[in-house]
Design a protein around this ligand. Structure first.
Ligand SMILES: NC(=O)c1ccc[n+]([C@@H]2O[C@H](COP(=O)([O-])OP(=O)(O)OC[C@H]3O[C@@H](n4cnc5c(N)ncnc54)[C@H](OP(=O)(O)O)[C@@H]3O)[C@@H](O)[C@H]2O)c1
Length: 350
């Protein structure tokens, strides 16, 4: 089987490549050659250099190859990028598999948990810049899905989409778990925005890679979209308690009202998620469909998280997102008594 991965050297697509390598496939990667492969790529894998934002590069690839049995598009973030892929590959692939996200749901406030796949077109909420699932990101990933839905054809362009929730594992460029692991490790108070009582799901990267890799053998998935998440559901409080247990630490947790927190200078950062997994509302996704069609089961947290903790503590040399503000966090946590007025003057810049 001839497989193309658009990407293949990053986090999720790197794990996907590792899964696909276990099968007897001819694999081509298409990327710019900028990212250092997280999972080593051996010479049996063909690498074609190109930028997907340059339509000529994708067309040159398909002129060269004529047809791919399966194409994985792991790096489409805008409708234009998906359209370019449709233009290049329509009629030239047996299965087009798109990496989407649960953010296509989380830009709506008209949702019912557990969120089923058919809630993907619910009305978009008023623009909320602090949407923890990314407002623009979710809107643009919806645009990708719309282009693919509009061009889906059972023979000429058979499309399947997977919608992962927060993906975790060694090599995660977002460092979400490390945010909490590094703060638990330093032994100082750990701030939680709000009550920490909202339920959410992560998903282990190897579970995502296995699900993607199984799709070529599952023709019934053509034309379908699937949520993929861990079967385990935690609140942020429960997640931190579990992490603490695995690390033999009992962090001092300090909850701060969400509206106060949102005014704190260290509550946001342009580099990425700050205080990850603070979903601000329940974020539970139905797994019935993926269990039914792919016989999906997630790896238990107790099994994969110790490896991730080890990886961050032994192999990762940098700091977590916003750790440069850690002193300010600790100072705030040590002084926070729930007295908003008293603290407003000292900490909050409006
Ligand atoms: N991380 C999460 O929690 C999460 C959750 C839900 C969904 N997702 C989805 O997962 C996908 C991203 O996963 P990821 O961050 O792990 O990355 P990834 O899938 O590994 O993608 C990065 C790869 O894409 C290549 N690439 C980037 N820009 C390119 C371009 N313009 N042209 C050609 N190749 C390009 C990179 O190589 P070069 O840099 O060398 O080009 C690298 O091989 C996205 O579709 C995202 O929406 C992620």
């Amino acid at each position: 089987m001839k497989i193309l991965i658009i990407g293949g050297t990053g986090f999720i697509s790197g794990y996907l490549l590792r899964e696909l390598r276990k099968k007897n496939y001819h694999i081509t990667l298409f990327n710019r050659g900028k990212s250092k492969p997280f999972i080593p790529v051996d010479e049996s894998v063909r690498i074609v250099a190109g930028d997907r934002n340059n339509p000529g590069d994708l067309k040159a690839l398909i002129n060269d190859e004529a047809h791919f049995d399966v194409i994985y598009d792991m790096t489409a973030y805008t409708g234009q990028q998906s359209q370019t892929a449709v233009d290049a590959f329509y009629g030239k692939t047996g299965h087009f598999i798109h990496c989407s996200t649960v953010s296509v749901y989380m830009i709506s406030d008209d949702l019912r948990c557990p969120v089923t796949e058919d809630q993907d077109l619910r009305q978009i909420m008023p623009f909320f810049p602090r949407n923890p699932f990314g407002m623009n990101y979710g809107i643009q990933k919806r645009d990708c899905e719309k282009i693919l839905r509009d061009h889906h054809h059972p023979v000429n362009f058979p499309v399947t989409m997977l919608r992962p929730t927060y993906v975790s594992g060694p090599g995660d460029p977002t460092l979400r778990d490390y945010f909490w692991i590094e703060r638990i490790l330093d032994g100082k108070p750990v701030l939680i925005p709000g009550s920490g009582d909202y339920s959410f799901q992560q998903v282990y990267v190897e579970d995502v890679a296995r699900a993607f890799a199984s799709l070529p053998e599952q023709p019934q998935t053509v034309g379908e979209a699937y949520n993929i998440a861990s079967e385990e559901i935690f609140t942020l409080n429960e997640y931190l308690a579990e992490l603490g247990n695995l690390m033999n630490r009992k962090p001092e947790i300090v909850h701060v009202d969400q509206d106060v927190f949102d005014h704190l200078p260290f509550s946001s950062n342009s580099r990425g998620d700050v205080f990850p997994f603070n979903t601000r509302r329940p974020a539970i996704f139905s797994l019935e469909k993926i269990k039914r069609d792919l016989k999906y089961h997630s790896t238990p947290f107790q099994q994969w998280m110790p490896e991730l903790i080890q990886w961050y503590t032994n192999r990762y040399s940098g700091h977590s997102i916003a750790y440069q503000d850690r002193d300010a966090e600790v100072k705030f946590a040590s002084n926070w008594s729930g007295d908003y007025l008293k603290l407003k003057k000292a900490f909050i810049h409006e």
